[in-house]
Write a protein of this length. Structure first.
Length: 271
């Protein structure tokens, strides 16, 4: 190709790029003055964002009682010019995901959870009053029905969360409620779990305690019903008392390590 041909071709490409950026800039300006319609989720907006994740360290309570995380500083700023920690983490530590694989032979691993289920309408069932009187309290079908009577049907893809008030106890022995033989904390009753599976389109459930099953459970019947159905769980969720019973949107930052049975997650609610 001749030199002049090359120069003309370059000019044409430059012009095309200028036209592209001119159109993009015009669209941005139009959006700024409201002449371009924003997607509905952005147009509706949210009044606030609530952090639903506990900050955890080696002292955060775990189901088995052993520390769930170890941190070793490999590099520090004074000597190396940067900081870097090496972590060793139990997948089921702090605010975390239970993937279907956690309680099934071949369910989805945490990296296989459909991303469409990680943004979910949040439905908060409040059993704090009865949990205060009985640490072994459970979410029952009557609790689910009462929520629906007040707020309507549970939306498809919803995360149904149990608010027991246990999130305020993480710094105390009451969070595990271990009496030397069994633990004592609230969870989902199997009949409520089956109701959610059979009668709703909910895809996740969350608890502000150490387990989807209540503390004294020896058979993990809720885990074995919920997770093999292809749904996932969230344990140790925080701040359920700071969000409405209905109307918030939960954004679940699930980890994505291949083949994982779960893992710590950063979760927040748009209210």
């Amino acid at each position: 190709m001749c030199d002049i041909c090359v120069m003309n071709a370059v000019k044409e490409r430059m012009l095309s790029r200028r036209q592209f950026f001119s159109v993009s800039a015009a669209a941005g300006a139009a959006a700024a003055v409201g002449t371009v319609t924003a997607p509905p989720a952005l147009a509706d907006g949210h009044a606030s964002v609530e952090d639903m994740t506990h900050t955890y360290d080696a002292d955060f309570p775990t189901y088995f009682g052993a520390p769930g995380i170890e941190m070793e500083q490999k590099f520090n700023f004074a000597e190396n010019g940067f900081n870097l920690m090496q972590l060793s983490v139990n997948e089921h530590t702090g605010t975390h995901i239970d993937a279907p694989l956690h309680f099934s032979a071949d369910g989805n691993a945490v990296d296989e959870i459909p991303v469409s289920t990680l943004v979910a309408p949040l439905c908060v069932i409040d059993i704090a009053a009865k949990a205060e009187a009985d640490p072994d309290a459970q979410v029952t079908p009557d609790d689910v029905k009462a929520w629906m009577a007040s707020h309507g049907d549970i939306p498809d893809n919803a995360c149904v969360a149990m608010h027991s008030g246990w999130g305020e106890k993480t710094a105390t022995d009451s969070y595990r409620g271990f009496d030397g033989e069994k633990m004592h904390f609230p969870g989902f009753h199997i009949e409520a779990t089956q109701m959610l599976i059979e009668e709703t389109g909910a895809q996740s459930m969350a608890v502000d305690t150490l387990s989807l099953d209540h503390g004294p459970s020896a058979d993990f019947v809720t885990h074995y019903a919920w997770l093999p159905s292809g749904r996932f769980g969230i344990e140790n969720i925080a701040n359920l008392g700071s969000v409405p019973a209905a109307g918030a949107t939960l954004v679940i930052g699930a980890p994505k390590h291949r083949g994982g049975t779960g893992g710590p997650a950063r979760i927040f609610a748009m209210v």
